[in-house]
Each structure stands twice: as C-alpha cells, then as structure tokens.
Write a protein that binds this ligand. Structure first.
Ligand code: UDX
Length: 436
C-alpha cells in the first residue's frame, strides 16, 4: 500500500519506518527541514534503539522517503497517519489546531477512498472534527477517518509497533475498518490480538490507558509514603500486590514519578476532557498531585540527608525521563535538579544519552561523561533515572570518590543490603533507610 505519515516524532517516524519494513511504500513528512534532511541520511532526530538501522535498510530499499511537504505524504496514499504532536494542554480547541491544519492539508491532496488514521493521542471527538473539516474542503471526496492509537513506549518503540500487545482500530464505516485490518494483517498473524471498536471508544481508550498507567504509578508513590511511615518496604508490598494477575507488578514502581511526553499530558487531557463534558474525574487530579509530590519528596530526602543544601555538591545520576531514551521532556530528574539548584546546591549530572538535551533545557547545568565523575567530591549522589549502567556501578569505588558516602535512590535501583555492605548511607523511596 502507499502510506503517508504526517509528523516525524517518536510515533510518526517509527510508524512510517515499521510500515515500510512490512513492504509498504511510505512517505514521511515533517515541517522541520533540518529533521527531514537528517532522516534522509538515515539519522533519526532522536535516539530509539534499532531505529537508525531499520531506517537505513528501508531507505536503501526505497520503501521510505522523507519530505517537508505533507501534501507529498498524502498524494496517492491509501492511508494517511496523522502523527502530529499536541501542544501543552492537549485538550482545548486551540491546542488541536495542529490536527485541524493537517486535516486541511490532507483534504487538498487526498485520493478518493483515502483512510485518515489518527495515531496521535487525541481527545475523543477529534475524528468527527477531522471528518467535518475534510468534508468542508472536499465535499465530493469519499474517505474514512479512523482512530488507530499507538501504545509504544520510548526505548521499545519498534517492537511495540511490529509486535504490539494489541492492535486497536476505531472505525465507524466498513471501508475504514477493512483497509486498516488489511494493513495490520501481518501483525495480527504475528500474534498480536486486534480490537475493533467505534472511533470514539478507541480515542477514549488510548487516553484512559495512559491515565491509568499514571494512576498506578501514583498509587505506588502514595503507598511508598505510607510504607516509610510504617516501617514497611514498598517494593515487597508491590511484589505481593503484583503477584495478583488482576493487579500486575508493572508500573507499581515508586520513585521520582512519571515524566515523558505522554503520561503527564494524557492525565491532564482526560481530566479536562471529562470536565468539559460535565464530569469531574477527581482521581486524575490526585494522580497529578501525587506525581508532583514525588519530586518534592526526593528533594526533602536529599535535604534531610545533607541537613541543608546550600553549597553542597550533589551528583545526579540520570537526566532522561526514563532509561533507554535521550528524551528529557517532563523529566522528573530535571525538575529535581531545578529544585536543588534553587536551594543553592552545586549540582553535577551524568546521563548515558540525555546530557545534551538536558543542557538544551538547562544551559547552566553542569554535566560529566562518567558517573564516577559526578560522584567525585560529592556530599550526596542521587539516582534519578533507572539506567542499567547505574545498577552495575562499583559501589566501593563510588564510596571512595564521594566526599560523604550518601546515596539517595530516586528509582529504587539498588538493593539496600548492597549499600550497607559498601558502607554507604542509603535513602530510597518507601523503604527503610541505611545509615552507616
Ligand atoms: C507511555 C506508555 O507506557 C505507552 O503505552 C504510551 O504509548 C506512551 O506513554 P513512555 O512515555 O515511553 O510510554 O514511558 P513509560 O515507559 O510508560 O514510563 C513513563 C514514566 O513513568 C517514566 O518517567 C518512568 O520512569 C515512570 N515509571 C514507569 C515509574 O515511575 N514507575 C513505574 O513503575 C513505571
């Protein structure tokens, strides 16, 4: 099939390259000329494991090309994926102008029978607005608008696209459903279940999935506070809870909380969408509040461990919002760095991939290329991102590098007993402290 993808972010670029690898002819467009030039050389504008190699193969086989013109993506396409990002609030009419603008561009070039597929996470009802906009521009055009939400996680995006836990198609007409089922047939044959619903249910299900994942994390963080106050270990509590298949262990990890481009925004989007429709989704307000408190709680732990922060040297390990990505959007690690610097601490940070992007957000942030350099002479080291590299640190060397052997673990990466053996005072989230 000829497929167009509009928007070359984490979702659009991965979707386009993955669909090309299934044998389709794909044109990915993005308004950012620098990004397009970079992609034409097989270089993704962000890190995603395996993406560069897959891109280069598809470029060599001339199955994917890149353009600044969305019209090129649309011309002759059987399916056009809309993968444009949503500005901050993600819900109000103004914030969906990017999607509406794309609808007009689609309308101007679309071929008869085109299926317009919403891939970006959008408020329920967006497909109706897309449909109205296209009808107004091209009354004679026969087309379908479907919802095809992605559930990809950064760091696992290709796998989550080619081997998703489920394919979701929201379609209100036979044509849209048939074309999308044809597209996803090889993935369904590969073992991924497919769920076909109406468009609005698919749109709401995507928002609800992310909001629920965020709520699960905030539940774990609230539980961690109770564990700390009652002498329990939240990791053991989560293990017991998670052993119930109705609950599941994933996303019960207490720590600095959730960040990234999706979860924070989708919680707010669903909350505001509900409010606009007359329902106060109060659980989500608490989900966001507990998440904000999570960073304040780690800040308090660092301050308590240091007695006061002014003039203290603090080494942060991790800047990305999670491991296996260079993405720092809404990263709790950066929020923690800002709070420590605001209290006049001297902060030096390490991250295996995200230092450049972190400094683009915080130009004054001192970063180093080696985790032990971040610990050198530090009064305290704080784990902010769950990189495997940190799990493998030589704790004896870490202790020797530091001015004071104190670690605050914002992602519960370490085993407290290992810290006790290494002679390091250890403060983590929801677990008893180790004071040496
Ligand atoms: C998320 C959803 O998982 C994915 O399905 C959706 O398509 C896009 O949004 P992503 O934003 O890549 O994916 O990150 P995710 O792996 O969900 O982690 C989100 C945040 O939650 C990270 O900051 C992570 O550190 C944090 N997290 C995750 C926790 O704090 N505790 C946990 O137990 C799990």
């Amino acid at each position: 099939m000829r497929i167009g993808v509009i928007g070359a972010g984490h979702v659009g670029l991965v979707t386009g390259v993955a669909m090309a690898s299934l044998g389709h002819e794909v044109v990915v467009s993005d308004a950012d000329e620098t990004k397009v030039e970079s992609m034409r050389t097989g270089t993704p504008p962000f890190f995603e494991a395996g993406l560069s190699a897959l891109m280069r193969t598809q470029i060599e086989q001339r199955r994917v090309s890149f353009s600044v013109s969305s019209r090129e993506s649309v011309a002759g396409a059987a399916i056009v994926f809309i993968c444009v990002g949503r500005p901050s609030d993600g819900i109000s009419d103004t914030s969906l102008s990017a999607v509406e603008e794309v609808a007009r561009e689609v309308a101007s070039e679309a071929s008869d029978g085109v299926v317009v597929a919403e891939k970006s996470t959008v408020p329920p009802g967006t497909a109706d607005r897309l449909r109205t906009t296209i009808e107004r521009e091209r009354p004679e055009l026969r087309f379908s608008v479907v919802s095809n939400p992605e559930f990809l996680r950064e760091g696992h995006a290709i796998d989550d696209t080619l081997r998703p836990t489920r394919v979701v198609i929201g379609a209100d007409d036979e044509h849209g459903r048939e074309i999308m089922e044809e597209l996803y047939a090889p993935i369904v044959q590969g073992g991924s279940p497919i769920i076909v619903t109406d468009v609005r249910s698919a749109e709401l299900a995507k928002l609800a999935s992310n909001a629920f994942l965020a709520t699960k994390i905030s539940f774990a963080n609230a539980l961690a506070r109770v564990a700390e106050l009652s002498g329990a270990d939240v990791e053991h509590v989560a293990d017991v809870m998670g052993s119930d298949p109705r609950i599941g262990r994933a996303f019960l990890g207490a720590g600095l909380g959730y960040g990234g481009y999706c979860l924070p925004k989708d919680v707010v989007s669903l909350e505001r969408f509900s409010e606009r429709h007359g329902y106060t989704f109060s659980i989500l307000e608490v989900t966001s509040r507990v998440n904000e408190e999570a960073v304040a709680h780690v800040t308090d732990k660092v301050r308590e461990a240091m007695w006061n922060l002014e003039g203290k040297r603090i080494g942060l390990l991790g800047l990305a919002f999670k491991s296996e990505t260079d993405d720092v959007r809404a990263s709790p690690a950066l929020e923690l760095a800002r709070r420590l610097i605001a209290e006049k601490a001297s902060v030096v940070a390490h991250d295996p991939m995200a230092s450049d992007r972190a400094r683009a957000e915080m130009p004054d942030l001192e970063t180093v290329d080696d985790p032990y350099a971040a610990a050198s002479g530090a009064n305290c080291v704080v784990i902010c991102t769950d990189w495997d590299e940190y799990r493998g640190l030589d704790l004896n060397r870490l202790r020797v590098e530091m001015a004071y052997p104190i670690v605050v673990d914002g992602r519960n990466v370490f085993d407290p007993d290992e810290m006790r053996t290494a002679g390091i005072s250890y403060f983590s989230i929801g677990r008893p402290s180790i004071e040496t």
